[in-house]
Each structure stands twice: as structure tokens, then as C-alpha cells.
Ligand binder design. Sequence first.
Ligand code: ADP
Ligand code: MG
Length: 721
Amino acid sequence: MAATIEESLLKKPVQYLAGVGPKRAAALRRLEIRTLGDLLLHFPRTWEDRRPPQAQAGPQRRVEPALPDRSRVPQENLFTFPKTTLCAKVLQTRILPLKNRLQILRALLEYGETEIESVWFKRLSPRYDVFRSLRRQLQPGKLLWLVGRMERASRNRSILQVEEQYPAEDPEAVRIHVNRIVPIHPLSQGISAVRMRRWIRTALDAAKNDLPEPLPRSLIQKHRWLPYAEVLEQFHFPDSFADLENARNRLVYEELLLLEIALAKKREQIKEKQKQHRYEIRKHLLTPFKEGLGFEFTHSQKRAIREIFEDLRRPTPMGRLLQGDVGSGKTAVAAAAILLAVENGYQAALMAPTEILAEQHAATLKQIFRNLPVRTVLLTSGIPGAEKQKNLELLKSELAQVAVGTHAILESGVEIPKLAFAVIDEQHRFGVRQRALLRHKGHLPDILVMTATPIPRTLALALYGDLEVSTLTELPPGRLPIQTQHTGAQKAYQFLRAQVKRGRQGFIVYPLVEESDRLELKAAVEEAKKLQRDVFPDLKVELIHGQMPAQKKEAIMRKVTSGAADLLIATSIIEVGIDIPNATVMIIHHADRFGLATLHQLRGRIGRGPHPSTCFLITEGSLTESAQKRIEALCANHDGFKIGELDLNLRGPGEILGTAQHGMPELKLAGFQDAPWILKAREDAHQLLQRDPALAAPEHNTIRKTLAQRYRHTWSAIDLS
Ligand code: ADP
Ligand code: MG
């Protein structure tokens, strides 16, 4: 059967190729290339347009290659510095005396109506004539293809610094290395670009006739894709940049299709599992909780709670994403779900990506649960040993029902015997793998993931394919939009002073890039003290930062909450959790250093009361283009959904996918700019699995095998139970 023949061809080791001995095979292995099939999937890093300039344009003119559409082909794949490629006839050559241990060979060539000079540099060798083979190629009268950079030697004289040259009569050269768009592949020591291209060309030629088609025919027809062999051909050796883009689209789609199938299968696997815990809505905690809250849940909070409770009461473990803007009340929703678990005699955990966030959450939960028989303990690596030991004991003995902490919770020494429900805050920093670990911490606990940078639901579903999605679409009633301005510090300070005169409070933030960076912290503290002394000597100013002992922090926060302080100067500690409705001004220093989402979070600390609020973004010096864009976006937008979308666009391609799928095999080609393909791939993946859940049909063979191969690490992380 044909299939077996080509399959064995693709599996042939690279040694099968001319010129690949043990040494080069080892070099190829470093690039993860072992077989001819691997070579076909060794994708170019970029492409060079080596089509010669128009004859009449003359050799001296630099020709900008026709670049592919920048919005589609990732930036790093763009070749931006043009080289010159031309075909010329050798007139004479000369070897010049050496210079800095470099031997120089110079040639004069005839090109159209003009002459051009070209030059080669080679490191001198005491043992052999470095130009021996080159001189043979450079016989007068010979026609040569040259690739290099034009360097200006004097006002009207340019010299071509040659990097590659090929005799015009060499058919391979014209087919592979010049006179076309040429791929530049990733290389490793001991393998030249020329060799790599040649081998890939050979592999393409060998496999061309009947390469197994990875996609089923229905999908190929649906998207009108070219046959697979043609796609690989055009991706390595495109006829035009349009063909290149078509080929890339199909490869990106394929990658995403596999990812979506993998995510769907994983979801299914989780759903097949039966959890051991069961919940009933008993209300002996939920009712007093609701009564003590002091507000009514918004519609979307009610809906989210309903969705979560429904999930919790199912026999299979929950995986749900709760997304909502800052201040939309996610914590209260999570608290309700935690209480349902506790009501039923179980334990719950809340995980945050940083210690400060974890501390804030612990404080918030303690506050919410203050009148209920619920004990919350903190678990971070920062808390003192004795306290940590005590907290571990409390959890182990089930005297504490709620654990709040960082990754520390996942450590093997942490025992939460009745863990049934876990909340993960800020999913961007935890990935599939952490969720898998958590599932093995308790006995398949239900998991709720919270994020404050919401993205469109469909996209969220595609990116976090193993999660269902609940979205808080509204803020609690009475919130006013926060005015945001990019101004100088003096203006901001004046405004703050005026607000304090009217009885309001304010925040000044020196966000730290790295919470734990001592020097940075010291600088921020110095600044703050100066501010206190020189600018606001007449106000009641408090200073808070992450390295302070917890008790001190609590005392300071009490002063601010009770109104005994006018102004709180802080490091990014107030990013979350702080809730002071009387605060109406926030001044953020070094705003350019931070991401959109972080700034939006920070800003969300004001605008929580009946008074209009203003946020000032302060920057120093000139801004990078992307910082400028972030600041503008923040000034122009209030809506977290909009911010989330902009954040996706501003962050580089791949980053979101990369972090979202942390612990999943990296995507080689797809990046965030391929969002439309993510959605299509997801839809197709689901239809395909509906028709053929086990991927047993012969036309799904390649998909099934590739999945098993590519996702084997992820599967093992999940199948531990
Ligand atoms: P998020 O975590 O989504 O940023 P929080 O849960 O911290 O939001 O809630 C922000 C503030 O709004 C908190 O002070 C909380 O008590 C309050 N809050 C939450 N839900 C409501 C509501 N339905 N009505 C009024 N205030 C609410
Ligand atoms: Mg919150």
C-alpha cells in the first residue's frame, strides 16, 4: 500500500541524504531533526527575496523585497535588511594582500551595461589556499549569481560584499538558492544555510508524490486548502509572498486544530471522571453570608453563582473560568462557592500568583467570613516558619476550612484532606499543568479560575478549551467611570490636594516591577518619604509596602479605611483587594513600565463610591511606542473587556497563547494574530470529534498519531489519577 511506502520514507534517518555522516547527523539532532519527515517540518525562520532587480534598474540600486503582509507573518519572521542578488559575468580577479588575518579576493564583473566590483573575505589558513575553489568558479568569462550586500566605497563607487555565489550553469543553484524567494532555516553549528536548503529540497522532492495528508478531505474542501505537499513546498520555497501566506495559514490552522482537539479530548477525560464529594445547598452559611454582605448581588453575579452551583452539583469535576472587570465582584462570587463547599463539610483553596495577592485575598476572605464559623489560613513561602507550621496543622486537622496561598499550596507537604473546591486567581500565570496538579491535590476538586482581563467569550473558550466560561458583564450599581489622564506629577498633586480638602482620600503608587527587588523597593520608599516631607507635609500620609510585617500593614490599612489617613503611598500592593469608596484619586508613577491589565487593575482601586474619580498616569522621559499605546489606550477606555482585547493585540504574537497554554507543547507557528483561525479550528475540532470521537476513521489516522506524539507529555500529566 502506498501509505506504508511513503511513511517509511518520512521515517528514514537523515543519514540517508548525501553529505550527512555521523557528525552532521548529530548537528541535525540538536535541531530535533532525525528523519526526512522532521526535515520537512523544519520551518524557515525567514525568507529572502533573491529575485534579481529589474535589469534596467542597474546593479547599484537597492531593491526592497516585496515583504509579506506584516499583520499576518510574525515580525521576527520578516527579513528587513535587503540584500542584493544579481547575475554577472567575471572580467578579472585579484587577490589582495592580507589585512587583519583576512585574505581578500576582489573581482570585477560585467553586469548589463555596467561593471561592478565584488569582494570576498576569508580567514587566512596557514595550511591551504582559502580561495582555491572560489578561484575556479571565478574564471574570466564565467557567468555567476552573487548574493551579498552593497557597500558604498566612495561617492560613486559601490562594492558588493559577497556572501554566497553560484555558477549560473549550476541548475541546483537557480532552483534553490537564487533567482527566487529563498528560505532561511534555523541552523546549528556545523550546518550551513546552503546545505540545509539543499537537504530540505531533497526531502521535499523525495516525499512530494504522495505525502500523507494530515487533514481529512472535508476540512481541505471547506477551507480550500492546497494539497499538503504543495503547502510544504510553498512554505519552504514560495513562488510568491501570497503563496507563502496561504501556506502559512494552512499550517497555522493545522497546529491550532490539533490543539483544539487535544483540549476537547482533555475536557472529555475530565468529564468522565467521577468526583467523590457531593454538595447540597444547605444555606446555614450561605444565608448569613448573603445577609451580612450589605449589598444585593448583580444579575451577572447571580447568574455566575447559579452556573457554578450547577456545575458543583454535577457528579463530574467543574472546570470554569470566571471573567469580569476589576470591581465587578468576582471575589464575592468565589466566596459564595467556597461557602457551599464548607457548608457541606469540605475544604477549599484559593491560589494567587503572588504573595501580596494571596495576602490580600486572605484578608478579604477573613473579612467576608468574619461572622461565620469559617477559618481561613494563609500559606505562602514568606510567612514565618512557626506560623506556617500552625497553618499546615490547622488544614491537616480540618480545623481550618479555607487555604489561601501561592503555588506553595501545591507543594507535596501541604495536606488538605477534604479539599473539594479550588479557586485560581489570574489565570494568565497558571496553566493547564497547574490545573492538572491541583486536580491531584484533593480528589479531583472542582476548579474555578478567575481573571480580570476578560476576552471575548468565544476566544476564551478556544484558549482555555478545558474550561467553561462565566462572565460578569456589569459592575455593581452606582459606579462612575474613572477619568484617566496622562499628565505631569505637579498637576496631579494639586488635584489630589484639592480633593483631600473636600474630604476625599487618594493613593499614590510606585509600582514595583519585581516585588521582591530590595533596591527597587528602597528607591520607592525613599521617594515616598520625600513626597511626604516636601510635597504633602500638611496631610496625613501613610506608607505601605509588601515587605512590611503583616500586622503593620493591617494597622495602616485600618487607618486608611477609617479615614484617619488622607493619603496612602504604596507599592503595587494595592493592586487588588483594597476597597475604600471614599478614595477618588490615584496617581501612578512610572506608568509606562506596566502592562495594560496591571494598570487597569490598579486604577480599579478608585471609583468605588458615589464620587467621581480621577487617575493620573505619570511617566518620565520619552516613551517607547508600545508604552505610548498602552497609556493612550488606558486614557481612552474604561471597559475591562475593551482593555482585555487591546492587551491581547499589544502583547506580542504567541504570548497569550503561550501563557494560556502553559504546560502545553509550544505552538511553532501560531500566534495571537491568528485569532480568527483559533475560532475556526475550534469549531472544526468539535465537529470532527462529534462525527468520530475516537478519531478511528482512516482519514483521521495522521491526526490521531500526531496528537499522540505531540501531546504525550500533557496527557501523562493528566492521566496520573
Ligand atoms: P473583583 O474581584 O471582581 O475586582 P471584588 O470582588 O473585589 O471585585 O469587588 C469589588 C467591590 O465591590 C468589593 O468591595 C465588593 O464588596 C463590592 N461588591 C461586590 N459585589 C457587589 C454588589 N453586587 N453590589 C455592591 N458592591 C459589590
Ligand atoms: Mg478581586
